[in-house]
Design a binder for this molecule. Structure first.
Ligand code: GLU
Length: 310
């Protein structure tokens, strides 16, 4: 049986039931909306080459995308720059916390687009003459990637804004280094709204699939991103996507992915599958416990690890 056939016939319910037995982890408490999350929620969705979306459990429950938005904002910034690389930002993993107040020492650039410094900058590089225009452009881009109209959760956006002191510190550092070319508050505003976009495991699966199929959304058939932009995006997800657990993740799971503190994970198995998971309890590195487990099992059972050379 080839891999796409294995994907089509895979018993997703069984995998969901076995992963649901894990009760480890703690929910994020950085904003009240996360602290109140139901720890039992667990949704899993996959979207394959034909655009078929299969899901189990709480896969249509919405939650804030948070850092899982970072690869997509990076992709949109690349599109708007007409480039597959940005001079303003590095592409090296840090091994440090996602909100570390640190820039590259020699250049004053953010180390990569998957940490907060990088995402504040990519959000400011998306086309638009104001915070509102950039936010609209991001929302419209994310909606095309997901094949459905997405919206911003204004409460979450406000909470993000209020709790964003470290992000403000990063913004001021980048502004003084000459890397950030918009006002700090404008960058914070666009970033906070991007993190507060409501998604579900199903949404993330389609977004992951759009990357897996080179920028063409397999559900709508629309080309959303150029192939070169997708290659750059998947590369930084592979090296920097799972916080400071990225090395272990790539070793174990072998798929580009990105997680967020609300408990979302988006993973992309190039040429084969997009995966979306939602489960709020996080491990000590900030990744959803059930999200990691579900992706590990999918990678093993379907042979999705990029470096499995059979
Ligand atoms: N809004 C969060 C912050 O910037 C994103 C956290 C995350 O998901 O990593 O602190």
């Amino acid at each position: 049986m080839d891999i796409d056939e294995r994907i089509r016939t895979f018993d997703l319910d069984r995998l969901h039931a076995s992963v649901a037995e894990s009760h480890d982890g703690e929910v994020d408490r950085s904003v009240p909306e996360h602290a109140d999350a139901d720890t039992g929620l667990f949704g899993l969705a996959v979207c394959d080459r034909s655009g078929e979306l299969r899901s189990v459990g709480d896969a249509d429950v919405t939650f804030p995308v948070q850092s899982a938005v970072k690869p997509f904002v990076y992709a949109l910034a690349l599109v708007d720059a007409g480039a597959s690389d940005l001079d303003e930002i590095g592409i090296e993993p840090t091994g440090e916390a996602f909100d570390a107040v640190r820039l590259e020492s020699d250049t004053g650039r953010p180390p990569n687009p998957m940490v907060n410094a990088g995402a504040l900058l990519t959000a400011s590089l998306v086309a638009g003459g104001s915070a509102q225009e950039r936010s609209d452009r991001i929302l419209q881009g994310l909606s095309a990637l997901a094949g459905r109209e997405l919206r911003v959760d204004d409460e979450v956006s406000r909470s993000e804004h209020l709790s964003g002191d470290r992000n403000r510190a990063l913004g001021h550092l980048m502004h003084s280094a000459g890397t950030l070319h918009v006002e700090v508050e404008e960058a914070i505003e666009v970033y906070a709204r991007a993190c507060a976009v409501s998604v579900s495991a199903e949404t993330l699966a389609v977004m992951g699939a759009t990357l897996a199929f080179g920028g063409r959304n397999p559900m709508t058939g629309d080309r959303v991103l150029p192939v070169e932009v997708v290659r750059s995006t998947l590369s930084v997800m592979a090296t920097c996507g799972m916080y400071d657990g990225s090395g272990r993740w790539m070793h174990r799971v072998g798929m580009p992915a990105k997680s967020g503190v609300a408990g979302g994970v988006v993973a992309s198995a190039p040429r084969h599958l997009g995966i979306g998971v939602y489960s709020p309890p996080l491990d000590e590195r900030g990744n959803s416990v059930r999200g990691v487990l579900a992706c590990e099992r999918l990678a093993d059972d379907l042979g999705l690890h990029a470096f499995t050379v059979a």
